[in-house]
Every structure is written in C-alpha cells, then in structure tokens.
Design a protein around this ligand. Sequence first.
Ligand code: ADP
Length: 259
Amino acid sequence: MAHPIIELKGIHYSYHSMHGETKALKDVSFGVKEGEFVAIVGPSGCGKSTLLSIIAGLLRPEEGTIVVNNPDGSLRYPRVGYMLQRDHLFEWRTVYQNVTLGLEINHMMTKERLSYVDQLLHDYGLEQFRDKRPSELSGGMKQRAALIRTLALGPQLLLLDEPFSALDYQTRLLVSADICRLIRQTKKTMIIITHDLSEAISLADRVIILSARPATVKKELPIRLTLPDDSLLAARHAPEFQDYFSQLWEVLTDEADQI
Ligand code: ADP
C-alpha cells in the first residue's frame, strides 16, 4: 500500500462572517496512501471537521490543492463516504430502508447494489433485523447499519468524523474495534477524526496531529503495534502503545501550553 491516492498541498481555509474572519486551516499538507487508515487528532475547535469537509469536497480550499493519484492513472476524485458523529438512522424507516437510503436518493437502486447490501446485511449479522426500526437495535448494530448505508454507495475513501463519540465508553471500545475491523476487510482507505488518543493509536496506521487553530500539521506518527492477533482491543496492551501515547501527549500538551 505505497500509493498516495490523495495529497493535500498547502491547504488554507478561513470562515468569513459579519464578525470577521476565523482562520481554520493554515498550510496543511499530507498524503494518504491507498488502503491506509489515518487518524487526525488535535485540540477542540482547531479545524479537524473543516479539513474533512475539504477532503470530502464540501468546502473549497482558499489556497492549496488536493492532488489525486489513482492507481490506474486517472484523475477522477475518489468516491467519498462520510460517517458522522451520530448514526443518523431514521426511525420512521426500517433498517433495510435506512441502509438503502443513499442508493434511493442517488437513483442507484440497481440489482448489483441491492445484492451487495443484502450481502453486507448477512455478513454484519443484521439480516434478521432488516424489517426492524433503528430503536430496536443495539448501539453497535446501529453503527453497523450506518456503515452498510455508507458502503452501499461504493466509496473508495471513508471519512469518519468522531463516529463513536455518542456511545458510552465500553460500547465505544467494542464498536470502534468492530467497525474498523469491518472496514479493514473492505480494504478501503479511511481518515478518522477522534479526540481520543488511545483510539487513534489502536485503529490507525498513522496519526496526524494538528496544532491549535488555525490548524497546521504538527507531527505525523506512523503506528506499528506488535499484536498477538488481529484484535484491535489487544492494541491497547501492545508493548509500543504507551510510548506512542506519550509522544502524542507531549505534542498535544505543548500545543495546549500555547493557547
Ligand atoms: P474541530 O472539528 O477541530 O472541532 P472545526 O473545523 O469544526 O473544528 O472548526 C474550526 C474553527 O472554525 C472553530 O473555531 C469554529 O468555531 C469555526 N467554524 C466552524 N464552522 C464555522 C462556520 N460555519 N462559520 C464560522 N466559523 C466556523
């Protein structure tokens, strides 16, 4: 997985309002390789969601470029799937109607796509729940349903904006490990925003630390954990874990001193 599918080069972004300008991003540059899991951490309000919105194409950078390097040489921007802080499942729709919502809106209810959804419902243990309402599912099942809804559209790049923050601590540990294991199986590229350093180290191949606002890249830390199995829960007990945590903590507290 040596191929950077997207490279951000010198990205700047500011919000403008009646009360003036809020500089959110300043000269942000980094690349993301195909199949890589990148976690972005940084102080609250530094510009993480803004950065994700730029990568998703929802906001245009004021300065800088995003270079696309597809393995096939094409210049097409990778299809992006977004998972947000809440699962955003609609209670008035069944699980099946929720997971096919994106397909419905995008007029993509083809036989192939629907059979892919059926496959995912089966693989993720939700087949018997397809006619239930979201409130009848556990927190973990809801996140699985939200993931199926995202995967149904065939994204190449998954953007996750604190997707587990609405869950209690214990559920969060289990669900984040579960969802990331499922995403790894799809071999997709993922960028996740989290304020939880342990989560970042457990889930990602590389952690990018942003400075306080306006955000710029303070440090990039590749993560290599020695694990007895592929269980992400074991990651927190890996011998390297504490050292990575200390390195990230040092950069973040150094940032906090400057606020
Ligand atoms: P983070 O995700 O790191 O918490 P955000 O990217 O949401 O940070 O926001 C970065 C900064 O930009 C914050 O100071 C926030 O208040 C400001 N901001 C975000 N959205 C808007 C907006 N639509 N208009 C004005 N300022 C905004």
